[in-house]
Design a protein around this ligand. Structure first.
Ligand code: SF4
Ligand code: SF4
Length: 701
């Protein structure tokens, strides 16, 4: 018996309508069951407050999910993904209509009848064709060209190539079945003398119509119901198979992006809903077992598309450290699938460190944020890594090389173990005092602005020069500023990212009290780590600026003039410090300053601005010696040389330590040098000659 809709099919064991209704019910029930099982660990997970700022979150869904904002950062893969995504969105209504037609032959999607419906059919004929072609191209890329970022080193598990290609194949079958179904239906209608719509020229349905158009009605009918059955079975198989692997991101990514972290540079609290003053009630800090992750972090594990962009941009991975962020996620996802199986009971959780993660892996991160910047699905890493570190610290698991600086921070307020009273010694150098006088805040000395120096600039002999240059520049622009001197302790920025939350709180509270007591109206710092801490980790302190922002403003206002560059052979390149650039979006101010120096030749490295490559200094890394094949700083110095530069300008004392060291290690002394932006400004400022009666220490000249 032949008909006009698969619902009328009676040839097989059961009538078409009953068969397809059964497939719908079984498919939906299986999918609901699988998703419910996948949600079990999220229900057992730690709390996470992500239900605020509804409008902002919707905007981000529009930008990052619907607008596919980050995908074009990898051009070919990004464009392929955008085509597939648009194709799926366009095909959603068509797929739904096709599903319903199997049980209700006359169903037409509301709003999609008549000319609008015909236009929609033409568009979706092309959409199905483009999605099919994208599947072919993606499969060829995976199997023939094998982009390096998809490979999985043996230590991280097995490659998911077979799974990915299988899924690409299923989607291709879905597109073929859909097109064949449409083509055989149109051909059948035409044979019966019914009015038919034209199919989109050169689309898959159009080609299939040509292929089957001359067949008998019985053949067309057989092709039509077979294509329909294949479409139905593939659709539901795909729906139920996706939660078993990377394709689960199709369902979860929208939620993952909606609930993504909104503020850069911040860290999650030890426990959501537990204020600092009640932290002593928390029995266990950080993440030790899988269920200690928050539900949002578990959602991230499900949402990762395994595209490898995070690892491709991770400096720790590039330097051969035992860390590639992608695998932090895929290992956790595999763990979730194994311990929370679809069939059977959840297994007891094992400790994650020593289980799926190694200690070195977790200590290797510099918290540079390159992974998070790159991820098209806004998967978070820094909070997870810091939580895993908190767990290790809570168990007394502190790397040997970090024990001494941590003790020194506790007892002396700086990682070097130097005396508090020597904290302001950098400002007492005789030749410096002849050109600049730095006030230390006390009951007699007040000021409008606080220069927060932080430990590395206060105590490191080389970095003290950055402190002196900052002070001279502030004097030059007539800023009424002072420092806290012995009353200042380390900002605690690195300590917090290292996982020592209680020590951080002690340092933060001490500095907050000192800053508040000083009565200053604003804070300036030359250290991006201190800047990030004061801006995001501290509460109730005056607004803070990085010195590059202050200088850029003064330059724009014409209050700072520069001398012409004397050495024309120098080619400068700016290295974006992670905590100034990526975490706080200060990219333009330092470049504005450099470009204002007459005659300064400046180039850009390929990896600049939000793709900057970490020097290796973040997260107490100056004191930790990770296992690595090469230094991050050396890689960075080579990037500067490739860009044609011979002077690296940075705006962070941590970067300066690493880059100067890397220049020596790379054997590039004499060919490459490094300078802090503030030092360069201090050297380049066009100062008026002082009158004879001037007091150089206070005139800033
Ligand atoms: S924050 Fe930086 S170092 Fe850490 S995992 Fe991400 S990219 Fe790698
Ligand atoms: S975390 Fe993001 S960038 Fe990394 S592999 Fe997953 S989807 Fe790609």
């Amino acid at each position: 018996m032949v008909g006009t809709s698969p619902a009328q099919m009676t040839d097989w064991l059961v009538p078409g309508r009953s068969l397809f209704l059964t497939i719908h019910i079984v498919g939906i029930a299986c999918f609901a069951y699988i998703v419910a099982k996948r949600l079990v660990p999220l229900i057992r997970a730690e709390r996470d407050f992500r239900f605020d700022h509804t409008l902002t979150r919707f905007e981000r869904v529009l930008k990052y999910w619907f607008g596919q904002w980050k995908h074009p950062r990898y051009r070919l893969a990004g464009i392929l993904h955008i085509f597939i995504f648009i194709g799926f969105i366009l095909l959603a209504a068509r797929a739904f209509s096709v599903l319903i037609v199997g049980v209700s032959e006359n169903f037409v999607m509301p709003g999609l009848s008549g000319k609008v419906g015909h236009f929609y059919d033409i568009v979706t004929d092309y959409a199905a064709t483009i999605v099919f072609l994208c599947m072919v191209v993606a499969a060829v890329r995976r199997l023939v060209f094998k982009p390096a970022r998809y490979s999985v080193p043996a230590k991280y598990g097995k490659a998911h190539t077979a799974d990915a290609v299988f899924l690409l194949g299923l989607i291709a079958i879905l597109m073929l079945a859909d097109s064949l179904f449409a083509a055989s239906m149109i051909a059948g209608h035409a044979l019966q003398g019914q009015p038919v719509e034209t199919l989109a020229f050169l689309s898959l349905p159009w080609m299939f119509q040509i292929a089957v158009g001359s067949s008998s009605f019985a053949t067309l009918w057989a092709v039509n119901v077979t294509a329909y059955l294949v479409h139905e079975v593939t659709f539901y198989f795909l729906l139920c198979y996706r939660p078993f692997g990377i394709q689960f991101h199709v369902e979860t990514s929208l939620f993952s992006i909606y609930f993504a972290k909104l503020e850069r540079g911040t860290l999650k609290p030890v426990r959501w809903g537990v204020p600092d003053e009640r932290l002593d009630e928390v029995k266990s800090f950080g993440v030790k077992k899988f269920e200690d992750f928050t539900w949002k972090h578990m959602l991230d594990f499900y949402s990762c598309a395994d595209c490898g962009r995070c690892a491709d941009n991770c400096p720790a991975n590039a330097a051969g450290r035992p860390l590639a962020p992608r695998f932090l996620t895929t290992k956790a996802r595999d763990y979730a699938f194994q311990h929370y199986p679809i069939f059977g009971k959840a297994n007891n959780s094992q400790p994650l460190i020593g289980g799926i993660y190694s200690e070195d892996e977790i200590w290797s991160c510099t918290t540079c944020g390159a992974c998070e910047e790159e991820c098209p699905l806004l998967v978070e890493y820094i909070d997870k890594i810091v939580d895993l570190r908190r767990g290790m610290i809570d168990d007394g698991n502190v790397p040997q090389s970090l024990q001494k600086p941590l003790k020194a921070l506790e007892s002396r307020g700086n990682p070097y173990g130097k005396m508090e009273k020597k904290r302001a010694d950098w400002a007492k150098a005789q030749d410096f005092q002849q050109s600049c006088s730095v006030k230390t805040l006390d009951t007699k000395n007040g000021a409008n602005t606080l220069y927060f120096v932080d430990s590395i600039t206060s105590y490191d002999d080389r970095m003290q020069s950055i402190g002196r240059s900052t002070a001279r520049v502030l004097s030059h622009i007539g800023e009424d500023f002072c420092i806290l001197g012995a009353a200042e302790k380390d900002s605690g920025h690195e300590v917090r990212r290292f996982g020592e939350e209680l020590l951080f709180i002690a340092l933060r509270d001490h500095n907050t009290d000192a800053i508040k007591a000083s009565g200053v109206q604003r804070i300036v710092t030359s250290d991006p780590h201190a800047y990030n801490a004061l801006k995001h980790d501290y509460k109730d302190v005056p607004p803070v600026e990085h010195i590059s922002q202050v200088i850029a403003r003064e330059v724009m206002a014409g209050k700072i003039q520069f001398n012409q560059v004397e050495d024309e052979s120098k080619v400068y390149v700016y290295h974006d410090p992670c905590y100034l650039g990526r975490h706080n979006q200060v990219y333009d101010a330092p470049r504005t300053v450099l470009d204002a120096i007459p005659g300064l030749k400046r180039v850009e490295m390929k990896r600049s601005r939000d793709r900057s490559f970490c020097c290796g200094g973040g997260g107490l890394m100056l004191f930790y010696e990770p296992k690595e094949e090469q230094r991050m700083g050396v890689l960075r110095v080579r990037m500067a040389a490739e860009a044609g530069a011979n002077v690296i300008v940075t705006a962070c004392p941590f970067c300066m330590v690493n880059i100067e060291d890397a220049i020596k290690v790379a054997g590039m002394e004499g060919k490459m040098s490094a300078i802090d932006l503030t030092e360069l400004v201090d050297l380049s400022i066009a100062r008026e000659k002082c009158p004879e009666e001037c007091e150089p220490a206070t005139c800033g000249g």
